[in-house]
Design a protein around this ligand. Structure first.
Ligand code: HAM
Length: 422
């Protein structure tokens, strides 16, 4: 039989776990803004055909070449735990012919994604995202909508210390020409062999080099922004205009490099300054070629993925209270066995009445039970002693100021309801 490891079982390295209401509160707030803009829920598979990500995300990206959780299933198929959501959404749209209906197809998703990264604060091997994708219409107003949904999600949480960085990565008409210009520029620099190799495979990625000696040489690098086609430039101007109209603040960052290959035109990142090196709380953009690349019609799409883990960290960094600390509203404190037998029913009736309630289990004494009541965050305790029981009453104790009122036992639910509503 398999043995318990020394020190006990532990969750796999780089996987955060969340206890309590905060994580779901953040996730659901972000999802709510997507719902408000008409994005329908799509429950994506957690693993897919490896080739989907290799084609969709790009073979030369770190995500595909170094970070995928890939394995053969028992039928000998090569499958991969989803490293991101966009490729799966596009696959689903094509497979189910959703693009034959009204366009754009607007979908949202939430859940865990998997990347074999070096774990550190804010960088996990199981990361959580909320994402939206709008597929089938190439309209700058849609890019602005996607950005406004993300921005509204962050604002609904109370966040203020973030900024939206945006740029345009151009389209297929001028990208090859820009690539060649950048490559020619990079060839003349004093770079190590690895970086030269990268410049040959994906020159754009070199722009993202963080090393000072490389950065200095890159100061005069040609930027995509100055090599846009007329239509890509017009698209970009329109997006920025709509953002102004929607009151979404942004800064242009022509140096931006994303870790996924499918982006064209609008490309963006939301960055939070309170998070140290893992500062990206969300990112996304337009992907004109992805549908066709994955075997569908030549339709474009635009979307974002927001990191829920990092968004929660950003809330903590700003000292925001994300979710009420109250696990329950009422806590039952039975003193003795027959009191316990009675309170079990009262707590059940409270829950049926829509009131969050819990009970001190395990025959604890008054002191221990009151401590549990305090820890639960409850506003009220229902304290029931043997003498109360004999007289058909129960003590309703306000845990914020310690005052106590006697209420009829068979009217306890109504009394709690009144007290909570007061
Ligand atoms: P991404 O930039 O790779 O984009 O990931 C989106 C967000 O997920 C990041 O901004 C970050 O907050 C979070 N994230 C990524 N990796 C990690 C990690 N290892 N640990 C913690 N958080 C992480 C995408 O995934 C695209 N599919 C977004 C998109 C949708 N583009 C168009 N549509």
């Amino acid at each position: 039989m398999a043995e318990i490891p020394p020190g006990g079982f532990a969750a796999p390295k780089g996987i955060p776990e969340y206890v309590g209401p905060e994580f779901t509160a953040v996730r659901d707030t972000l999802v709510r803004e997507a719902d408000r803009a008409g994005y329908a829920h799509l429950e994506l598979p957690v693993f897919e055909d490896t080739a989907l990500y290799a084609r969709g995300v790009g073979e030369s990206t770190d995500v595909v070449s170094k970070e995928m959780y890939t394995f053969a299933d028992r039928g000998g198929r090569t499958v991969t735990l989803r490293p991101e959501g966009t490729a799966g959404v596009v696959r689903s749209v094509i497979e189910h012919g959703l693009d034959r209906g009204t366009l754009p197809v607007k979908l949202r998703y939430a859940g865990p994604f998997f990347r074999y990264e070096r774990p550190q604060a804010g960088r996990y091997r199981q990361l959580q995202q909320v994402g939206i994708e709008a597929i089938g219409v190439d309209d700058p107003a849609l890019d602005a909508e996607v950005l406004a949904v993300a921005d509204a999600g962050f604002r609904a949480l109370g966040l203020t210390g973030y900024r939206l960085e945006i740029t345009s990565l151009g389209d297929a008409t001028t990208r090859p020409e820009y690539r060649a210009t950048l490559q020619a520029f990079l060839e003349k620099l004093d770079l190590d062999e690895d970086t030269r190799q990268r410049a040959r495979i994906n020159p754009l990625r070199v722009l993202d080099d963080k090393r000072l000696e490389v950065r200095e040489q890159l100061a005069d690098a040609p930027l995509m922004r100055d090599h846009l086609s007329d239509s890509a430039a017009a698209h970009h101007r329109k997006v920025l205009g709509y953002l102004d109209e929607l009151g979404v603040a942004y800064t242009e960052n022509p140096w931006m490099v994303r870790g996924l290959d499918y982006y064209t035109k609008t490309t963006f990142e939301f960055v939070h300054d309170g998070l140290g090196s893992q500062s990206g709380i969300g990112g996304g953009g337009r992907y004109d070629g992805l549908m066709a690349e994955l075997g569908g019609q030549a339709l474009s799409g635009v979307g974002f993925g927001i990191g829920v883990d990092r968004t929660l960290m950003a809330c903590h960094a700003e000292g925001l209270e994300v979710a009420p600390a109250r696990r329950v509203e009422v806590f039952g404190v039975p003193l003795g066995e027959s009191a316990r037998d009675h309170l079990v029913g009262v707590v059940g009736a409270l829950r049926r009445g829509g009131i969050r309630a819990d009970l001190a289990y395990g025959g604890r004494g008054l002191k221990g039970a009151m401590k549990a009541a305090d820890r639960s965050g409850a506003r009220y305790a229902l304290v029931l002693g043997e003498r109360d029981l004999a007289s058909g009453v129960v003590q309703l104790k306000d845990l914020t100021d310690g005052t106590q009122t006697e209420v009829p036992l068979d009217g306890a639910v109504a009394a709690v309801d009144r007290a909570l509503g007061a």
